[in-house]
Structure formats: C-alpha cells, structure tokens
Design a protein around this ligand. Structure first.
Ligand code: GLU
Length: 309
C-alpha cells in the first residue's frame, strides 16, 4: 500500500496538470467566478493525522455536501421517525427533479436530493426561527471541524434565493402534500444558507471524521451520533451521494461520498479516514470531474474500498 502523504501529493500534482477540467457551475455568478484551475485534497485519519495537498486550505461553497451534516442533526433530533417524511432510495434523477415527487405523494426519494434536503431543513426548524436553525447548523459544522472560523457566504445564500425558482416549486409542491410543516420560504431560508457554507478541504475532511470513526470524533472521543446511524448515513452517501451519477461513483471509487455543485466531495473510508477533495469543474452529472477522478486514483493507490477485505 502506498504512503498516504505521498499518494495525496502525487494525485494533486497529476490533477493540477490536467487540461480537461469540466464546467464550473454557473447558475449563480458567485460560483461561476471560481477559478477552474483550483485543486485541493485533504485526509483526516482516525489515528489523528491531517494530510493535505494542493489548494486544500482555500474555502469553497460546500453546497450539497452540507446535506450530510443537516441529515446527521435531523436524525439526532428525530430518530427513525424522520424516515416517514423522506425516503432512502437513489433517485436516478437530477438533484432538482420534480417529476418523482408527484408519483410519490410529496415524499422525496432521499435526503440528498434538493426536495429531501428541504424537508430536513423543515424538520430542523421545529420550534425555531430560521435564523436560529441556520446558527445551529453552522455551529454544528464548526464543532465537527473544531474550527470556529467557518462561515456562511451570505452573497451565495442571497443568490440561491434570488434564482431558486425550482427549489421554491419543490417546497410549495411538498407543502401541498402536507410534507412541510413550516412556510416554504422558511424551510428554503435554512436550506439556501446551509448550502452556502464555505469550507476548505482541510476543514471538510475534519468535519467528516465522525463518519469514518463509528459516529465519534476521534480527537475528543465525543459521540456525534450512534455508530449504527453513522453507518447508515454512509450507506446513503454511497447510494445517493452523487445525484444520478451515484452508481458510477460507487463503481469507480468504491467508498461513500457526497458531492456538491461547488466542486467539492466528502468521502469516507470507514475505520480509516475522512477525505475531502475540491476541483470546481463538473462532469455531465454535476459532480466534480477531477475530484471524482482523484478519489478513484487515491482509492486504488491505497487499496481502499468498502467492497474489499
Ligand atoms: N444550492 C444548490 C441548489 O439547490 C445545491 C446544488 C447542489 O450542490 O446539489 O440548487
């Protein structure tokens, strides 16, 4: 097996030199302006090492990766009752598809498509004002990464709201089925803000450690969530974490991962490490093009797979 530090450096150097880097998301100007030449990668291991390469210290918009953290919070608060309001099946559809919702009576397929994450935001709102829930999510992410400097990019959040017609449609549609308990704009206020959290690869890898370590923060031993729930969140990442490219990511990389349109991916090697990669250019499914390739290479070099002994 390769040395992890060396493997990260090798992958980062190879990715920095590649020409075809995919298309940067442009549905809001804040994301469209990001330099497609960036590439960062980080690993936080269960034995306490944090190894980085490339632009791993630069903050980017984590977008849908935040759905892993809101799901963790909502499961902690609601327990298995959560599954009455959101499913656990891959969607096979783009992240913002509305068609399936009609067939399934307003119950989103899984917590990682937009509709599912909007329901999770609604769950987290119970008894709170949107501002309080947004604060709770941010503090949770700061706690996980052990870093109070993590912030929400308010310009990104404002643009998400200004252009979020489809997300408004999803929320209103679910409200009509009774699967939103608050006003759609309240749930969306929470959703747009958690998508706009900005983090570096280093911070993101640190924040994911509990998933690689049976639900516990390895540095402090604090329990974030039960070991069983941590396993289940990872299972959802594997089956649903890459929109309708989830099957391909599982096939190629073989470990759970959650991507975001900002070009980041959080990936988990159970029992070993939490990984974060960032390259803003996306492939046809809206997942980081070089990020996916880099994780495939790294997993191969390190012999990491949830399907291997
Ligand atoms: N905020 C984005 C949206 O709702 C999230 C996209 C993503 O990363 O999947 O359109």
């Amino acid at each position: 097996m390769a040395d992890l530090e060396q493997a990260l450096a090798e992958v980062a150097a190879e990715m920095a030199a590649r020409g075809d880097r995919g298309e940067v998301a442009s549905y809001i100007p804040q994301l469209g302006r990001v330099d497609a030449g960036k590439f960062g990668i980080a690993a936080a291991t269960n034995d306490g090492r944090v190894l980085v390469a490339g632009d791993a210290g630069e903050a980017f918009s984590i977008q849908s990766i935040s759905k892993v953290f809101t799901l963790t919070l909502a499961l902690g608060e609601k327990g298995d009752a959560l599954w009455k309001r959101v499913g656990r099946e891959p969607s096979g559809n783009p992240f913002n598809s509305i068609v399936q919702l009609e067939h399934e009576n307003g119950i989103p397929r899984n917590p990682f498509i937009n509709a599912g994450a909007i329901v999770i935001s609604d769950v987290l709102l119970a008894g709170h004002q949107p501002r309080e829930t947004i604060g709770e999510i941010l503090r949770f992410v700061q706690f996980l990464a052990d870093d109070e400097t993590i912030t929400i990019d308010s310009a990104v959040a404002a643009s998400e709201r200004a252009t979020g017609y489809r997300n408004f449609a999803l929320a209103n549609y679910m409200k009509s089925f009774g699967n939103l308990h608050h006003a759609p704009e309240m749930a969306l206020g929470v959703y747009f803000h958690h998508c706009a959290i900005a983090m570096s690869c280093r911070q993101l890898a640190l924040a994911g450690r509990f998933l690689a370590n049976g639900g516990r923060q390895p540095s402090t031993g604090h329990s974030v969530i039960s070991a069983e729930r941590a396993r289940r969140i990872s299972a959802l990442m594997l089956t649903c974490g890459h929109y309708d490219g989830s099957g391909d990511f599982a096939f190629r990389v073989g470990i759970p991962g959650k991507s975001g349109v900002g070009g980041g991916i959080l990936a988990i090697v159970p029992g070993v490490a939490s990984l974060a990669v960032w390259s803003p250019g996306l492939n046809a499914n809206g997942n980081s093009k070089l990020g996916s390739i880099a994780l495939e290479k790294l997993a191969k070099m390190m012999n990491w797979s949830v399907f291997a002994p």
